[in-house]
Design a binder for this molecule. Structure first.
Ligand code: G3H
Ligand code: ZN
Length: 294
């Protein structure tokens, strides 16, 4: 019997492990992620939950209804704990749209707006999700962020300016109290994207302080390229979900490039793209192993 995402997050907290959140914009990536998670489940004899993220900029490409149907068919027909998140959505309307389609969780990312506006829009999303939950018996979770995590899962030459501005525990507490969010994404040292000159360290002490003061599950964004010990320390300190995107994008791109180079006359998409699915599967498998201390 599949539990709710809230229950899997609670389990993760109890076991001091983290659920992997991986972004997709096409079917191959979904296959790769599901295969990687299933492989680890088979190895451990335990169903390893996984979250599929669709960002605002990619939802038209992948198709909201289509991704909902794909994820739900895996969950309902294959009894696998796979969940769908509207990743970094910037307006109430786009969050509402994903809730209405049937997403399990949403991230309202209004961090670029003035603080009061961020609180107002985040609260509006929370109120709407609560109303839908009450009327339908669903259990949609709302996440929001505070602080600088950078934007965009792409390759960056250097660490962007502002990366040193970390979330203050008291600010986190006020934000969580005022908005009523279920999950909180603080700025604790990681940055979205793969940074050529290296990634900053995660401040695990800060994670711990924020977890203690907010008393809600914490989410780590910008996971690509971090050192293993940064993940394990952050998870030990209270991170329950870890986001990975750029690593999958890069692996996909490299695999497609190699596949075409090695087989210049191949025109069958399934053959060209199989190595890309495998590349994603491998990364997801390795990352989930680490997040679950296997
Ligand atoms: O929401 C997406 C993530 O935070 C991904 O970050 O591209 O550094 O893995 P990343
Ligand atoms: Zn993110």
């Amino acid at each position: 019997m599949i539990k709710t995402l809230r229950e899997y997050i609670q389990d993760a907290q109890n076991k001091a492990v983290a659920i992997g959140h991986f972004n997709i914009s096409n079917l191959e990536a979904l296959h790769g992620i599901y295969n990687g998670a299933k492989k680890l489940s088979a190895e451990t004899g335990e169903l390893i939950p996984v979250i599929i993220g669709v960002s605002e900029g990619e939802e038209n490409f992948v198709g909201l209804d289509m991704v909902y149907d794909m994820v739900h068919s895996i969950r309902d027909e294959h009894d696998y704990p796979i969940f769908l998140n509207a990743d970094h959505h910037s307006s109430f309307e786009s969050v509402k749209n994903c809730i209405d389609v049937g997403f399990d969780m949403v991230i309202i990312d209004a961090v670029k707006l003035p603080h009061d506006e961020n609180i107002k829009i985040t609260k509006q999303c929370v109120d709407y999700a609560n109303e839908v939950n009450k009327n339908t018996g669903r259990d949609i979770l709302v996440e929001a962020e505070l602080g600088f995590i950078g934007s965009g899962s792409y390759i960056k030459e250097t660490i962007p300016e502002g990366a040193g501005i970390l979330t203050k525990p008291e600010d986190a507490k006020d934000f969580v109290t005022q908005t009523g969010i279920d999950l909180f994404a603080p700025s604790v040292g990681s940055i979205h994207g793969l940074i050529k000159s290296g990634k900053p360290h995660i401040d695990a002490d800060l994670v711990k302080q924020i977890a203690e003061i907010t008393k809600i599950p914490l989410v780590l964004h910008g996971g690509s390229g971090l050192r293993d010990e940064d993940f394990t320390n952050a998870i030990k300190a209270g991170i329950c979900i870890v986001h990975i995107n750029s690593e999958l994008r890069l692996a996909y791109r490299d695999a497609v490039e190699k596949s075409i180079e090695e087989h210049p006359n191949e025109i069958t998409p399934a053959k060209i793209l199989t190595p890309a699915v495998q590349a994603i599967e491998n990364i997801v498998f390795q990352r989930l192993k680490l997040f679950n201390h296997v």
